[in-house]
Design a protein. Structure first.
Lengths: 241, 361
């Protein structure tokens, strides 16, 4: 069953077409990666799906329901959660407080929210930091906090926007483990990522975009040997080789 | 030591440590309860000791400002915006109850609630278009609205059937003294009324800060985009806070009208009043529960005494002092004076707990 289906998604900012008739779909339980050079329109596509921008054209379906004009908070309650590329913790508050804000999406009671938040922190092996002020966390922990908050909203589809950028290799490995763990709990995952090692290890399928258009789609293996992709990343001369 | 003991011993000490944590936590709670009780006893007993009406008047105004600032804090503190026109709600409350009382003989207690509802409507009216603005723009919009209302009231003799008297304001003749008319011959009843109002509004603030709404307001105030992605309808949360804040602020307006028996636009819809509330909050500590109270305790006496002693030679001196204090606080304690004071309190409690433990051992 398709959990997300994007057809002909187009987003224009004035004269700039950031996303140009993009088509993609995600199966329930899958990990799909969206990659592309800087400025390819990955984050814009994410923002359209997450309800931050209303797309200029096209259709986005989540669980068979068109969600083009839905607001981020409504989407969150429908089970679509996201993280931000530039992390946005509620800096003056503790980690637990941050995660509880997410947990309140599906409950009104404070005790219940706290219980769920603690459970999420435990799953992510993040419990020991629960009382830390989130503004004082390392970048790796902040990224983990982004995931924890999103997870606390009990999503069915999780959009991860570059959760590994800026991490050390060992931290990347940890993050890959975390994401695999999430998938095993039944969450469908859609990632934007630049770190190829992680992408190759994680994803079931990869969609590559450049200048807002899809240039390739396939399994990690297919993508790694795709001529268009090599050209997009390394330049025209390499494509022939 | 056998291998089994090597495992068991650290475990035992761990368990002991946990017990101690529970113990000291309970102790801390007890200390907190006792100090709150002490404050309550002092607050309720004060009029029995302090017989001077002048001083009582000053204390009543401290409570009045603490109440106003706590109400303001729901929007200005938790929701992370800076409303600078709260005097308009005080005006709405004061004028509504006073007009209803003078012209229709309706008890100010009822007028108080009606004024609150009218203020809520005004609050929503201001909030709907302005909560999309950020930072200074929101502050400016609220100033503009409040000033606009003041100028209007100053120029309106009759609003439909209601007599507002323009710049001359309204005077409540002290004829039918009694609880039903919210009018008393001495200061003590006013003292207890505003004290109880203050306690209730602090309780409400505490309750909100512990609820979903409190979490949502804080989250939306700090990082609106992240909050929205986590399911928070930020503008709705802010509107709810604004509605409550304007309702509660209006109640204080009625209190002030009944307390001073005379209201006019310059006294209750003035920018000075709006600013003073914000000053108290910023200096005391925005977004904290103790901040508005500490701020009022510190700044109100400054304001009153500078008026008493320098009123004729240097009017407005208190605003100069506020400005200097605000600059100093913003430089050295950007989270207000509640932060160092809370730290001191914690340290004292720590020492007490330590002493108690040593005493037990």
């Amino acid at each position: 069953m398709k959990i997300l289906e994007v057809s002909n998604l187009t987003m224009r900012f004035g004269g700039l077409t950031a996303v140009d008739s993009l088509n993609l779909s995600i199966e329930q339980g899958e990990i799909l990666a969206l990659i592309g050079p800087n400025g390819a329109g990955k984050s814009t596509a994410f923002n359209c799906i997450a309800g931050v921008y209303a797309p200029t054209d096209g259709k986005i379906e989540f669980n068979g329901e068109v969600i083009n004009r839905k607001k981020p908070w409504d989407l969150c309650k429908m089970g679509l959660a996201r993280t931000f590329q530039i992390v946005k913790p509620f800096a003056s508050k503790s980690v637990l407080y941050n995660v509880m804000v997410g947990a309140f999406a599906t409950t009104d009671k404070k005790d219940e929210a706290e219980e769920r938040a603690l459970a999420v922190l435990k799953t992510l092996h993040f419990e020991h930091r629960k009382d830390s002020r989130s503004g004082n966390l390392t970048i790796a922990d902040r990224k983990r906090l982004e995931i924890a908050r999103a997870l606390a909203t009990r999503p069915r589809l999780l959009l991860l926007d570059e959760v590994m950028a800026g991490l050390r290799p060992s931290e990347v490995d940890e993050m890959v483990e975390v994401i695999q763990l999430l998938r095993s709990t039944g969450v469908t995952i859609f990632v934007i990522e630049h770190i190829m090692r992680a992408i190759m290890a994680l994803s079931d399928r990869i969609v590559v975009i450049q200048f807002g258009k899809k240039i390739a789609e396939g399994t990690p293996k297919e993508i790694a040997s795709n001529e268009n992709v090599i050209k997009a990343y390394l330049g025209d001369e390499y494509g022939a080789a | 030591m056998t291998g089994k003991d090597a495992v068991r011993e650290p475990l035992k000490s761990e368990v002991n440590r946990m017990d101690n944590i529970d113990d000291s936590e309970a102790l801390r709670n007890r200390i907190r309860k006792v100090s709150l009780l002490l404050i309550a006893v002092v607050a309720f007993g004060l009029p029995l000791v302090m017989r001077s009406p002048t001083y009582l008047h000053i204390v009543i105004l401290i409570y009045f400002y603490a109440y106003l600032t706590t109400s303001w804090n729901m929007v200005g503190g938790f929701a992370g915006v800076l409303p600078l026109g709260h005097a308009v709600f005080i005006g709405a409350g004061a004028y509504t109850s006073t007009v209803l009382f003078l012209q229709y003989g309706i008890s100010p207690w009822i007028g108080m609630l009606i004024g609150g509802l009218i203020a809520t409507l005004i609050g929503l009216l201001i909030g709907l278009p302005t909560f999309k603005m950020r930072g200074a723009y929101f502050a400016l919009a609220t100033i503009a609205f409040a000033e606009g209302v003041r100028v209007m009231v100053e120029n309106i003799e009759f609003l439909g059937p209601f007599q507002l008297n323009g710049p001359r304001g309204l005077q409540i003749p002290p004829l039918d003294i009694g609880f039903a008319n919210f009018m008393f011959a001495n200061k003590e009843p006013y003292y207890y009324i505003i004290l109880i109002m203050l306690i209730l509004v602090i309780g409400l603030t505490w309750f909100i800060s512990q609820s979903k709404l409190g979490y949502y307001l804080n989250a939306g105030g700090e990082e609106p985009e992240a909050a929205m992605a986590l399911g928070v309808n930020v503008s709705r949360a802010k509107l709810i806070a604004m509605a409550m804040s304007s309702f509660l602020t209006a109640l204080a307006g009625t209190f002030y009208a009944q307390f001073s028996m005379f209201i006019h636009p310059k006294s209750i819809i003035s920018l000075d009043l709006s600013f003073e509330i914000a000053f108290i909050a910023l200096i005391g500590g925005r977004g904290s529960i103790a901040g508005p109270i500490l701020g009022a305790l510190l700044l109100r006496p400054v304001s009153d005494f500078s008026r008493i002693y320098f009123g004729d030679v240097f009017p407005g001196l208190h605003l100069v002092i506020f400005g200097v204090v605000l600059i100093l606080v913003m430089i050295y304690q950007p989270r207000g004076i509640q932060e160092p004071l809370t730290r001191i309190y914690d340290r004292i409690v720590d020492r007490l707990v330590e002493k108690y433990r040593k005493g037990v051992a």
